[in-house]
Design a binder for this molecule. Structure first.
Ligand code: DX5
Ligand code: ZN
Length: 218
């Protein structure tokens, strides 16, 4: 289970996205892109045109996290545009199986995200449809929030379900991941770590990515 770090550009400078992505491209594995529509979450960020523009400037694959009301309609376009991974929320998708299959058919990795209060067990049978399970460790919508320890037992249960399913689904945690919390996430079974504030809130984002990786591997 190799550790992967996916810095969130939500905490980067939106007027200098290409430069901020370049700052972490030697150290990170992915670039996490938070798409918010002010309906599924109470915040508005960026959408497909910005992702398309960023794809031309990023040496790393884009890990697109869609916090939007109608992912069935929009997710395929992110995969077709060339995103490496497209994650939809279980709470928002009306036809998750179809949408996850469409994402894969377009050549991207398919991801399913669960909010802190959404149980993982109902989605056990979907593990074969996904390449990554994202467990939110804050309520989605904003960077810089406090890590919710209450989600850790679910991370453990999800790792167990993945093990039992004999699949190679990646287990991502997103929200409040820092030097201080990443070890607990790794110990619980997460292997892909999103970090916004803990990377772009620091003077040296690349060094912060390396420190997070070292902490997760400990
Ligand atoms: C929150 C987003 C996260 C956010 C994480 O809704 O999905 O990806 O950028 O930011 P930090 O690491 O600052 O909590
Ligand atoms: Zn995210």
């Amino acid at each position: 289970m190799a550790v992967q770090i996916s810095p969130s550009i939500l905490s980067a400078d939106f007027a200098r996205l290409a430069e901020d992505v370049a700052r972490i491209s030697d150290a990170a594995d992915w670039v996490h892109v938070d798409v918010m529509d002010n309906h599924f979450v109470p915040n508005l960020t960026l959408g497909l045109p910005v992702v398309e523009a960023l794809l031309k400037h990023s040496a790393l694959p884009l890990d697109c996290h869609l916090m939007i009301e109608d992912p069935d309609r929009w997710a395929p376009a992110y995969a077709e545009a060339g995103a490496g991974s497209v994650t939809i929320h279980a709470e928002a998708a009306k036809a998750p199986v179809r949408t996850l299959r469409t994402i894969r058919a377009a050549g991207a990795r398919s991801g399913l995200a669960l909010n802190p209060a959404t149980a993982v067990e109902p989605y056990e049978d979907l593990l074969g449809e996904i390449d990554m399970l994202l467990l939110m460790t804050v309520e989605p919508g904003f960077g810089g929030q406090k890590f919710l320890d209450v989600v850790l037992p679910k991370v453990r249960r999800a790792r167990q379900l993945i093990r039992n399913s004999d699949s190679s689904v990646w287990l991502q945690v997103d929200g409040g991941v820092s030097d201080e919390t990443i070890e607990r996430c790794a110990e619980a079974g997460a292997d892909v770590f999103v970090a916004g504030n803990a990377v772009y809130g620091k003077d040296d984002p690349a060094e912060s990515v390396r420190a997070l990786r070292a902490a997760a591997e400990r």
